[in-house]
Write a protein that binds this ligand. Structure first.
Ligand code: PRE
Length: 357
């Protein structure tokens, strides 16, 4: 049977397609190697200057029939595809990545499971101020059905003249009260030397936003076998956040929870900008539980409930909120902590949404 002209041309085109595919695959392999090298050097994968130079060269050599804009567009697509596999290839190697572990990590605190089927509400004062203060909060939380209490004993503050926390004495108070009420506790540790000691007093060690990239602290947290609550840094990207978690998990401590606490933007209406999109992205990218600190992200009592509901609707495994018996007299964050009746209204509102089931 005679081949028609159209068939012949199409056969030629098929041959070119084959050659293009081979070359594209070869190009992608090289891009992957470049990506791995950049990873080793710690330089960003995206390089707009390099892309511009390549486009300039290609356009200079373009003899048509495609016009320059089309050539730019086609090659930009190739660069983007290469960048994507460079990033995916890297993500594949992270222990915290979903690509490494499909199943959710569940952190068990006694009967409470974080990252399991039911979201958790964590509440408590910004700072541990006294035995009486913590006891009052614990009694109210217990009566409200809350089982995990937060309370800061080491307080990294912007000003060195602000209350710095009660230190180890604060951890002792937390333990004594938690034991009395059967609560689990979370408290921030700022010094690697305190990590082991803290394990005797608290159930979850928090690494605060300002210390998210304190690598010695992350390593010390990775060396113990206690759940860690890692806060997102004030200006940390999601990628940096996940790498910080990787520091802990890579040393064998797999019980890590991530907490979005707002990032620094130009917006002044809230203390920080609650990056709600970080919740589904983190859930997608990582198997670790994801929580949202509504108090520190917003710094505003009037929008805590809608933000908590938004967090849960976005897939958060829990919400953290600050509660104080008398916020006006609090030694830290006086303006943003809820008093007991405000907490009850807030928690009822969130419960009524049905998002905590
Ligand atoms: O040349 C590089 O630095 C690469 O990473 C390769 C490459 C490309 O595919 O050409 C990919 C992504 C960068 O944005 C720039 C270029």
């Amino acid at each position: 049977m005679n081949e028609t002209r159209l068939e012949k041309l199409r056969r030629q085109l098929d041959g070119v397609n084959q050659a293009l595919l081979t070359m594209l695959s070869e190009r992608a392999e090289i891009a992957l190697e470049i990506g791995a090298e950049k990873e080793r050097q710690g330089v960003p994968k995206f390089d707009p200057v390099r892309e511009q130079l390549m486009l300039k060269d290609l356009v200079a050599q373009n003899k048509g029939p495609f016009d320059d804009d089309t050539i730019r567009h086609l090659f930009k697509q190739i660069f983007q595809a290469s960048l994507k596999i460079q990033q995916e290839d890297h993500g594949k190697h992270l222990l915290v990545s979903r690509k490494r572990q499909e199943r959710n990590t569940v952190v068990a605190l006694g009967d409470v499971e974080i990252g399991g089927v039911k979201p958790v509400m964590i509440a408590g004062p910004c700072s541990v101020e006294s035995y009486e203060q913590v006891r009052e909060v614990a009694a109210h939380l217990k009566a409200s059905g809350i089982t995990v209490m937060r309370g800061g004993a080491f307080k990294p503050r912007t000003s060195p003249y602000d209350f710095q926390g009660l230190g180890i004495e604060g951890l002792r108070i937390l333990k004594e009260v938690a034991d009395e009420f059967g609560l689990k506790t979370i408290s921030e540790i700022v010094d690697p030397a305190h990590i082991e000691l803290a394990c005797e007093y608290i159930d979850v060690i928090q690494i605060g936003a300002r210390n998210m990239q304190n690598f010695e602290l992350l390593k010390a947290a990775g060396d113990v076998r206690k759940p860690i609550l890692l806060k997102r840094g004030l200006a940390a990207t999601i990628d940096e956040f996940l790498h910080a978690a990787e520091y802990i998990v890579s040393r064998g401590n797999t019980q890590v929870m991530l907490i979005e606490r707002g990032i620094r933007t130009y917006e002044k209406a809230t203390r920080n900008t609650l990056d709600i999109s970080a919740v589904p992205i983190l859930k997608q990218e990582s198997h670790l539980p994801v929580l949202v600190d509504v108090t520190h992200s917003t710094g505003r009592k009037d929008i805590l409930a809608p933000c908590a509901k938004a967090a849960l609707a976005a897939g958060a495994d829990g919400v953290m909120v600050e509660v104080h018996p008398n916020p006006a007299t609090a030694l830290s964050d006086a303006a943003q902590q809820l008093d007991f009746s405000e907490f009850t209204i807030f928690y009822d509102d969130v419960l009524r949404s049905g998002l905590m089931k």
